[in-house]
Write a protein that binds this ligand. Structure first.
Ligand code: ADP
Ligand code: MG
Length: 554
């Protein structure tokens, strides 16, 4: 087949333009991205070869080889992984904008330092090659295929694809380095970049210079299989950046081995910053699943519940079957047990943090609390454990408070935990609905996450106290004793004492005037300053929820 010339899809062309013209800092990350692609490609083939061993029979040792050529001014990154056929090539490297492409463009800040960190995160890593190369050539052959393909581009508007004879299995990327990028031909530079970003890659990264024996540049063993005391904080962090495609500090690093009913190793992280897809509707989890170091999937439903989807990392178990489809695996009872173990472990760690490092916990809560709360609604078994982890802003001053804090401040005679919901904390904390509670010194939770309506409706009590919205039904504040020091404000007392006939007269007038627009008009002790307020009937849909659903047109 003759060489074809194809245009980059418009969004891809924009990404390329930005990569080539605007990102100058830390150019060396192109190598991390190409090595990471090679490693992914080997992972994919390793998995496939379990059922089709003939695919790797002629070359079973996976590896990535770097070959600098000073005469030609080229650097080659080659892997013997899965490779690509013609369709793969065209789709993956050019014409179809992948889901991350648009996100990448949207998230650009114009600050080269920050923007470069977006490259791996949004799956546009391959294009980073054009930061250092003016021409990139890809020779690739898909495992099992007879013919290979050659892809070339100078990163401007188009690329070429042609059939290629005698391509080895896997993918070879050759970078024709730009003037001034010759440092990437030097051994010390390559060694340093590999050590810094790709040390944890589980297959060997080799350096081949001239006729010399290739040397291995990385540790080449899966980080999670090494003993904890042999792993440095830096290594843990580097690995986090790799598995999470993230650039923040991990907020929590958890490395442990479970033994007993089921055996598995977990190397789990909680980020310190929100991943960009946190509130996307698919609520996808991101922990990578391995079976005896063979990568299975990073999209295993059932490994981690949706309400822990911010967790990143790796789970490796020898107890799962290797030769079943990913779909079958999701229904494996062992997987269920692993999930159970993971969730309990994570909740246990969160509890420790909450107790021992409340400030650090508060920052976690501000970032991921809204997601964790989904568990209150979705995981009844864990509701008690989760209840202890919940934190709230309340009418009791700044900072975050737990249910236990709230309970310790409850007034004599108080039978409910009161809450108010809304979109904006400042707005709801000034609501007239709170007047009567404030006057009696009764604390009210200020709930502003959309999910709040759902879990509070699902959680009838905290200990013996039922949860009650200040916006629904009667306020029943009469039974709560006012504290001595608060006796200055006793307007509500006076309201109670207002002559019944006066009040009845007023209510009749109000009802007549408002007609169908209200269900009822009632005297109340919830107000001390405002004359009236609107409340929902007990058992009716909360007003805030009603507004929320209307906004989503449901
Ligand atoms: P990501 O790795 O996040 O998917 P990249 O831009 O790095 O994004 O790569 C895009 C896609 O191109 C990959 O998902 C993969 O399908 C394909 N690809 C890139 N490099 C290789 C390789 N060495 N071997 C096989 N496929 C590759
Ligand atoms: Mg990649």
């Amino acid at each position: 087949m003759a060489e074809e010339k194809l245009s980059f899809q418009a969004e891809v062309a924009r990404v390329l333009d930005i990569v080539v013209h605007s990102l100058y800092s830390q150019k060396e990350i192109f190598l991390r991205e190409l090595i990471s692609n090679g490693s992914d490609a080997c992972d994919k083939l390793r998995w496939q070869s379990i059922t089709e061993p003939e695919l790797i029979a002629d070359d079973p040792e996976f590896r990535i080889t770097l070959t600098p050529n000073k005469d030609a001014k080229t650097l080659t990154v080659a892997d013997n992984g899965i490779g690509m056929n013609r369709e793969d090539l065209i789709e993956n490297l050019g014409t179809i904008a992948r889901s991350g492409t648009g996100e990448f463009l949207k998230n650009l800040t114009g600050d080269s330092k920050k923007d470069i960190s977006l490259i791996g995160q949004f799956g546009v890593g391959f294009y980073s090659a054009f930061m250092v190369a003016d021409t990139v050539e890809v020779i690739t052959r898909r495992a099992g295929d007879a013919h290979g393909w050659r892809w070339t581009s100078d990163g401007t508007g188009s690329f070429t694809v042609a059939e290629h004879e005698n391509a080895p299995r896997g993918t070879t990327v050759t970078l024709h380095l730009k003037d001034g990028e010759e440092e990437f031909l030097e051994e010390f530079r390559l060694r340093h970049v590999v050590k810094t970003y790709s040390d944890h890659i589980a297959i060997p990264v080799l350096l081949k210079q001239g006729d010399e024996e290739p040397q291995t540049l990385n540790e080449a063993s899966a980080l999670w299989t090494r003993p904890r005391n042999e792993i440095t904080d830096e290594q843990y962090k580097e690995f986090y950046h790799h598995v999470a495609h993230a650039f923040d500090e991990p907020w929590l690093t958890l490395h442990y081995k479970a033994e007993g009913a089921i055996e598995y190793t977990g190397l789990l992280y909680i980020p310190s910053q929100k991943p960009f897809d946190l509130f996307q509707p698919d609520r996808k989890q991101h922990v990578r699943l391995y079976v005896n170091r063979v990568f299975i999937t990073d999209d295993c439903e059932g490994l981690v519940p949706a309400w822990l989807r911010f967790v990143r990392g790796v789970v490796d178990s020898p107890d799962l079957p290797l030769n079943v489809s990913r779909e079958m695996l999701q229904h494996n009872p062992m997987l269920r047990k692993i999930q159970n173990g993971l969730v309990n472990k994570l909740l246990g760690e969160l509890k420790k943090k909450a107790e021992n490092e409340p400030e650090a916990y508060a920052s976690f809560w501000e970032t991921f609390g809204a997601v964790l709360k989904e568990g209150m609604y979705e995981d009844h078994e864990r509701r008690d454990k989760l209840t202890d982890l919940l934190r709230f802003h309340t009418t009791h001053g700044d900072g975050l408070h737990s249910f236990a804090d709230y309970a310790s401040r409850m007034k004599e005679g108080q039978k409910h935990v009161y809450y108010i919901t809304g979109d904006d904390r400042d707005a709801i904390s000034q609501s007239p609905l709170l007047e009567g509670y404030r006057a009696k010194g009764v604390e009210v939770l200020l709930l502003t996450d959309p999910i709040d309506e759902f879990w509070v409706a699902n959680m009838p009590t905290y200990k013996e106290f039922s949860l009650k919205s200040v916006a629904a039904g009667g306020a029943d504040l009469k039974d709560i004793k006012k504290e001595e020091s608060e006796d200055a404000k006793d307007e509500d007392q006076k309201a109670d004492e207002a002559p019944k006939e006066d009040l009845d007269g007023l209510i009749t007038v109000l009802k007549a005037t408002l007609g169908e627009r209200v269900k009822d008009v009632r005297p109340s002790d919830r107000l001390t300053e405002s004359p009236v307020c609107l409340v929902a009937e007990e058992g009716d849909m909360p007003m805030h929820l009603e507004r929320l659903l209307r906004a989503h047109q449901q």
